[in-house]
Design a protein around this ligand. Structure first.
Ligand code: FAD
Length: 421
């Protein structure tokens, strides 16, 4: 073991996912010596739908065009793998990529900005003193003034700093399934979304250039029934994942030969945790900050986490810069995450409770009410925020709060007593 007395760098970041790479990018660009320790070797596979909303693109200060594989204009909604309808928008609703490509690209950008990346270094434990942080990997000890824990759901850094409170465990299953070029091109602009079937979760199909990401997610407490739901979702897709398109406004369903086998799906399926923070909290302790999944910053309604990773990585970089120049505590980081991200995530949680209570009603509202569909599109496009839903109630906001509280009771009950279809 090669141990060093003085800090190797000003900031070490554990994990080169979107949170870590974007924190490294901003720090390095500001001239801060930055070391990114990543346990894998890139490009690597990561279980993720890799759906990119517009707010991610707005948050990243360079174009992601090189890694975007598909542009989504249509959502095909179903509920209980039935009640199918689709909605189309002329402007792109979202984009899809793969995490192998995206994460490699972001890490390259961090490296080009001046960050040093060492792959194959797994952070195993950390120790902070008044002056510095020691980071222990399988090979050696690294020292820095500050440490950002961005190593995803495992959250070793967050755990050792006592920053894992109020995080509910979510879970998702996903398989990457290949298809013929004709099938891929037919659905290249379509996301399939089955919601309201599984309490607190949903099923999705995201099209990529050479495969589909097919997954389901929900509360980890329902891990077993989630597998049954996955099978139900796959059966539904096999039956319906073919449409008479004609134009983008697809509405005629045809039952055709399935393009994938259930056995292939069973062989490829993988599970991964989605940590969901459900209360405002601390996101730093002493010289340690946590960002992205390590901080539990994922959307409880959709499972979206890349935006929150990118954004919290940037906030963490800003807080480190401020600390290094002024010597103040990192309190402003926790404050910023609570104000800029948790407010929105707590609102998403309230909407999730309401959705869980009357899913089929909302499913049909999206079909029948143009305003609701437009609002859905605007949220996806980052033109509106969850918090705007509450604002829309004006002076009747208190009614919204009461409805959300009641909905939480019902939603919790549904989750607890869920019986698969
Ligand atoms: C099935 C599934 C589908 C999803 N789909 C979407 C989606 O479509 N859109 C979306 O926005 N979000 C989605 N998410 C959520 C999204 O994947 C995460 O929120 C996002 O990856 C968080 O980024 P991160 O940088 O915080 O962590 P990660 O992306 O998990 O990156 C952490 C990095 O740290 C490395 N690492 C781990 N432990 C260590 C260690 N001890 N030492 C060093 N390095 C380490 C890992 O190898 C990894 O590279 C999905 C999640 C799941 C499970």
């Amino acid at each position: 073991m090669n141990s060093v007395e003085t800090p190797d760098v000003e900031v070490i970041i554990a994990g080169a996912g979107p949170a870590g790479s974007m924190a490294a990018y901003h720090l390095a660009l500001a001239g801060i010596s930055t070391l990114l320790l990543e346990k894998s070797r890139f490009p690597r596979y990561k279980v993720c739908g890799a759906g990119l909303t517009h707010k991610i693109l707005k948050e990243i200060p360079f174009s992601l065009e090189r890694v975007i594989e598909t542009t989504i204009h249509t959502f095909q909604f179903s509920s209980h793998c039935d009640h199918v309808h689709s909605q189309t928008a002329p402007l792109p609703l979202m984009y899809c990529t793969t995490r192998g490509k995206l994460d490699h690209y972001l890490a390259e950008k961090a490296s080009a900005a001046g960050a040093r990346i060492i792959y194959g270094q797994q952070v195993r434990s950390v120790h902070q003193t008044a002056e510095q942080v020691e980071v222990f990997t399988q090979d050696r000890t690294y020292r820095s003034r500050l440490l950002i824990g961005a190593e995803g759901a495992s959250g070793i850094v967050a755990r050792s700093a006592g920053l894992r409170d109020h995080i509910l465990p979510g879970l998702a299953w996903e398989a990457e399934i290949g298809a013929s070029p004709e099938t891929l091109s037919r659905y290249a602009e379509t996301v399939f979304l089955d919601w309201g079937t599984f309490p607190g979760g949903y099923g999705w199909v995201f099209p990529k250039s050479d495969h589909f990401s097919i997954g389901v997610g929900g509360p980890a407490s329902l891990a077993d029934p989630m597998v049954s739901y996955y099978r139900q979702f796959i059966r539904y897709l096999k039956q319906y994942m073919d449409l008479e398109t004609g134009s983008r406004g697809m509405d005629t369903l045809h039952k055709v030969a399935p393009f994938f086998s259930e056995r292939e799906v069973e062989q490829r399926i993988q599970a991964w945790p989605i940590p969901v923070r459900v209360q405002k909290s601390r996101f730093h302790r002493g010289r340690i900050l946590v960002a992205g999944d390590a901080a539990g910053l994922t959307d409880p309604l959709t499972g979206e986490g890349i935006y929150y990773a990118v954004k919290s990585g940037k906030l963490a970089a800003g807080a480190c810069l401020y600390h290094l120049s002024s010597g103040t505590t990192l309190e402003n980081y926790s404050q910023a995450v609570n104000d800029e991200l948790m407010e929105e995530l707590l609102e998403a949680n309230r909407i999730k409770y309401l959705f869980n209570t009357v899913p089929l009603k909302i499913h049909y509202l999206v079909r029948d009410n143009q305003r609701i569909w437009n609002a859905f599109g605007k949220i996806l496009r980052g033109e509106r925020w969850y918090a705007d839903v509450k604002k829309g109630f004006g002076k009747w906001k208190f009614l919204w709060r009461i409805a959300c509280l009641l909905a939480k009771q019902l939603s919790d009950y549904k989750e607890k007593h869920y019986v698969p279809d």
